[in-house]
Design a protein around this ligand. Sequence first.
Ligand SMILES: Nc1ncnc2c1ncn2[C@@H]1O[C@H](COP(=O)(O)OP(=O)(O)OP(=O)(O)O)[C@@H](O)[C@H]1O
Length: 337
Amino acid sequence: MITVENLSKTFPGADEPVRALHDVSIDVGAGSLFGVVGPSGSGKSTLARCVALQERPDRGVVRFDGLNTGSLDGRRLREARRQLGVLPQRAELHGERTVAGNVAAPLELLGLDGPQRRRKVGTLLDLVGLTRRAGQHPADLTPGQRRRIAVARALATGPSVLLADDPTAGVEPEESGAVLAVLDRARAELGVTVLVTTPDAAVARKLCDDIALLEQGSLVESGNVLSLLSDPASRTAQALLPAIETTRTQAAAYDRTADVVLIGFATVGALLPEATTRFGIELATIGGGLTRVGDTPVARFRLGLRGERADAALAWIAERGGHVTQQGLGPQGIAAA
Ligand SMILES: Nc1ncnc2c1ncn2[C@@H]1O[C@H](COP(=O)(O)OP(=O)(O)OP(=O)(O)O)[C@@H](O)[C@H]1O
């Protein structure tokens, strides 16, 4: 759907040029929820603005369904922009208009008549869960509710892509889940492809199918979130998986230790107890924990194992989809090292 190929962008800086993007390539599939994640200044907004066709890259290409947007002239560029709904980082609502009026504003520009507008606004307010607020003004809403209205407004013209630049910025943590849920609904119910930028790995963990990590304008890694978690050495795994905090004393109580990443209901729930009985070993989780990536449960545990068939049990767990790493020996191994 959206392909970004070798994008580079440099801005003039006070002392020297600022390299905002350097040779960044991403592939955003139709209907996916794609997260661009990185610290402040890593180039996320610049990438979003290039994809929104608001900024021209110095080098590289942004393609929509294969079409090179860099080659489009004025009229065709405007047509391409109409496919895009943009939620800027500081989306301003019209303070003097009602919530419904704010969502209706882009439809008025399109020239939709009253009944059509009302129907469309009703559907969008329902999508963002704020139907009962239709007659209120933005000042009466919380920052999270205002952000949800801005999402409804960005979706009003029926874009096929929604670009949301840091959608939870300035939103209280207890409200950010509702903002993310609205983006998820936009994808599920309207079939919109959603590209989100965020400095918050937890946003990507809760929302995104695919992810690109940026650092100082360069792409560190990208791909399907669950696939990246299968490689515990990946930066995505380090950012999203539960931390392992185990003392040497805890580890020393076992013959060997191993770290394991388990993905999915069946794997998380059943694999470890079954390995224990099948191989007649003692197996305990001595670190790590359980989280969720979207709706999928994902665990990273440090295991302590005791028993002759511990190695065979680990091999069996790995064969059944557990990602086993960092196998270490117990007290004897540590003493010898
Ligand atoms: N119009 C501009 N003129 C000059 N420098 C710019 C401009 N836009 C961005 N930059 C610089 O480019 C770099 C990347 O900025 P960008 O806003 O894309 O990062 P970001 O990851 O979105 O950061 P944040 O999360 O803080 O919004 C930064 O060093 C920034 O100061």
